[in-house]
Design a binder for this molecule. Structure first.
Ligand SMILES: Nc1ncnc2c1ncn2[C@@H]1O[C@H](COP(=O)(O)OP(=O)(O)OP(=O)(O)O)[C@@H](O)[C@H]1O
Length: 721
């Protein structure tokens, strides 16, 4: 087989990326520039063009799905009989290494990989032994702390050593005790969680040079996809492996780093050339996906980021429709407008599956889903559950149903033991039997037998009390108030809070917000029964799953995908950019949010709509359009719906406020974004941004008309206004 079929159709830069096989090579590939294609073609070229065995090539991808897709594409190019086992994720590779070599650490080859549920089971045991409850510390919280503890691989030696160097009684700190017990229990069952896999391999390679050498010998070529989302440890791994043959090929787009919050380090790709001074850089700048209109808009937004390799994407694609920003007066108007556009697109011959709706957070799907259901537009939530099928939403509504109809056994079963009330299998089967015999509902049966000795030690009475209270108040409280009262009194909301899953909490909040909004707009009181009837429309689980549906997903999920028509919705400041991320990670997060927006925009091939609306958010705060909409030149998009001057002014002030309060200098020396400052050498300047990670102010000085990073510890920088 020749190699023409591999190289045909690639552009010059792509061909270079495919055929430059030796040395350290970085490919900076913009959105839609065909990096997946370049990467698979390169693998095929190594095999077909150079005669390298696939078992000598490690090709690391970011997700299992990407690995699978890449294997499929490579098989098409080189035939289906080639071994593609080293085409895998970082974790997948570590699992293989450990399967072969973990015995050096006295662990068996069939060690156990612990998933999140196994981890929680271990914690449950520990909590039992220490007499702790979730009120003391949620599992999510302690798992996060275990994650922080495992940030550096050093602990692995302690975990695998067969002697306990620390006596548990010596540990006063409860968290330390839990972590130590967790490690011991892990060791007992030879269990490794996801965090450990990489750490154990790093320690193994470090402490057993001959093992590292074996893998180095084997892996002549290493290529890494989505390199911008690699962490320092992942980089260390491939760097170590490539030392012998020195063939490391990385491809990524620094503008699409969206996992910094969980350890990705965009500097690794940005500074790849300083790490490997002999490295070559190839730019893939030609975008094959989008229209010039979409690209111009996206380029103009991402240009605002400071920490990047400057590059503008270009395209030879024909011109398409203008990018549209729709501004609605209310969330309902926004949703209706989106549904109407989808109907129009569909009428014009565009199939539903060519349309995607992207949002920043899962809970935002609710308002769109309701509009789509009302208009009978089929949709699928990509990588998740529909809003009204999410566990916490079904549970919350089960509280309301049980108040409305005591005979609803399904709702009873959903919530009677959530949170745990010691009403397990045995007691439930008693209730079922009695209910059957006496022709009563499970709820009424429990009410009848709550004082029976069988229910001693359970919290059955407290549960019944909460539901009874709901019954008494249901005609006096609004539905939203009733729901709040119920989930508070039964402890359901607390359980979700203690579990620490922010997505679930956001969904609950969104449900309450949606009921409140409905009440506001209805103009008359809505009874509980009316509400439950209305909501049934959205809970219809019988709808069959169809292929030709509009796809709804978070922006994170949309990474790597493309659609002819894209709606990016809910573009409200504080939601996108997310104020929560900015609070946690300051201005680094703002840049990451902008990159996330860039990922969303560049999913679109032909038509791009951006939507947001006025009104109040779930926390009762006024909504303002996202700063991202103001950062792009007005000539690059068309606005439908008027933003009053007043609203625009308030919005801009709000953007500034979020930015300044969240990013102001914690040392309190009065220097903030926008501050005018004086420097003894550079003269007057103004602070453009603050890099908390590097501890510097980025100051633009007028005398030199350039930005200089000035250390926060430098005493000579003074505020002048
Ligand atoms: N040389 C080429 N000629 C024509 N089309 C191409 C070429 N290279 C890539 N494409 C097409 O461009 C689109 C984008 O390619 P691909 O999905 O590989 O991009 P990407 O760089 O991975 O994008 P992103 O990072 O934004 O997800 C695809 O539809 C692909 O088929």
């Amino acid at each position: 087989m020749g190699i023409d079929h591999i190289l045909n159709g690639l552009n010059r830069a792509q061909k270079q990326a495919v055929t430059e096989t030796e040395g350290y090579i970085r490919v900076i590939a913009g959105a839609g520039s065909g990096k997946t294609r370049a990467l698979t073609s390169r693998f095929a070229y190594l095999v077909e063009g150079l005669g390298i065995e696939p078992s000598n090539i490690l090709c690391v991808t970011f997700t299992n799905k990407a690995a699978q897709e890449m294997r499929g594409r490579v098989r098409k190019l080189v035939g289906g009989d080639k071994d593609t086992a080293y085409m895998t994720t970082y974790h997948g590779f570590c699992v293989r290494v450990l399967r072969e070599d973990i015995h050096h650490l006295y662990y068996p080859k069939n060690y156990v990989i612990l998933d999140i549920e196994d981890q929680k089971d271990i914690l449950r045991e520990i909590y039992g032994e220490l007499g702790l409850t979730l009120r003391d510390q949620s599992f999510t919280n302690i798992l996060k702390k275990i994650g922080v503890f495992k940030a550096l691989p050093g602990y692995v030696r302690q975990m695998i050593s067969r002697e306990d160097s620390i006596t548990l009684d010596d540990l006063d700190d409860m968290e330390q005790k839990i972590i130590e017990m967790y490690l011991r229990k892990q060791k007992k069952i030879f269990g490794l969680d996801f965090e450990d896999l990489m750490n154990v391999v790093l320690v193994l390679f470090h402490d057993f040079p001959h093992v590292l050498k074996k893998w180095q010998d084997r892996l002549h070529y290493i290529q890494v996809d989505e390199f911008q989302d690699s962490s320092k440890k992942q980089f260390d791994l491939v760097e170590m492996l490539s030392r012998q043959h020195q063939n490391l090929f990385v491809v990524g787009d620094p503008d699409q780093t969206i996992y910094e919050w969980r350890g990705a380090d965009p500097d690794l790709i940005i500074r790849f050339d300083s790490h490997f001074p002999d490295s070559k850089t190839i730019f893939l700048k030609e975008n094959y996906r989008s229209t010039p209109e979409i690209l111009t808009f996206s380029n103009d937004l991402i240009r605002r980021n400071q920490n990047r390799v400057p590059k503008d994407m270009v395209t030879n694609n024909p011109s398409g429709p203008e990018v549209i920003h729709f501004h609605g007066k209310s969330e309902q108007e926004e949703a209706k407008w989106i549904a109407k556009q989808i109907q129009d697109l569909h009428k014009s011959g565009i199939p539903y599956h060519h349309i995607a709706i992207l949002y920043r957070a899962n809970y935002l799907s609710r308002f769109i889903e309701q509009a789509l259901i009302q208009e009978n537009i089929d949709y699928t939530i990509y990588g998740g559950f529909k809003f009204f099928e999410r566990m916490e939403i079904k549970d919350a509504l089960a509280h309301l149903r049980l108040v409305a109809f005591a005979g609803d056994d399904l709702s009873f079963m959903r919530i009677v033991n959530k949170p745990r009330r010691q009403i397990g299998k045995k007691r439930i089967s008693f209730l079922r039997e009695q209910a059957e015999k006496e022709g009563m509902s499970l709820y009424d049966t429990l009410a009848k037998y709550q004082d029976d000795s069988l229910f001693k030690g359970t919290q059955a009475s407290a549960f019944l009390e909460a539901i009874e209270k709901g019954r008494q108040l249901k005609d006096r409280l609004s539905v939203s108030e009733l729901l709040q009262m119920l989930i508070e009194k039964t402890g359901y909301e607390k359980m979700i809070r203690e579990d620490g899953d922010q997505d679930r909490l956001d969904n609950l909040q969104e449900l309450k917000h949606s009921i409140f909004q409905l009440e506001q707009h209805a103009g008359e009181d809505i009874s509980l029964e009316q509400y439950l009837q209305m909501i049934t429309l959205y809970m219809d689980t019988e709808r069959e799953e169809k292929k030709n549906t509009v796809k709804l997903m978070t922006v994170h999920t949309s990474k790597g995908l493309e659609f002819p028509c894209v709606f990016v919705v809910g573009l409200t400041e504080s939601i996108f950019p997310s104020v929560r991320s900015i609070m946690e990670r300051k201005e680094r997060a703002l840049e990451e949010e902008r990159r996330l927006m860039y990922v969303a925009l560049t999913r679109a091939m032909n038509t791009l709509y951006l939507t947001e609306s006025e009104g109040f958010n779930g926390r009762g705060m006024l909504k303002y359009p996202s700063r991202f909409l103001f950062e792009v030149d007005r000539n690059y998009y068309k606005r439908i719906g008027k933003i009053s001057e007043e609203l625009e002014e308030e919005a801009r002030a709000f953007h500034q406020k979020v930015f300044v309060t969240e990013q102001s200098d914690p040392k309190g020396d009065g220097i903030e974004i926008g501050s005018k400052v004086e420097h003894p050498i550079f003269g007057e300047g103004s602070v453009e941004s603050i890099d908390t990670k590097k501890n510097v102010y980025m100051v633009r000085f007028s005398k030199i008309n350039a930005v200089r990073p000035i250390s926060k510890n430098f005493k000579g920088l003074k505020v002048i206004s």
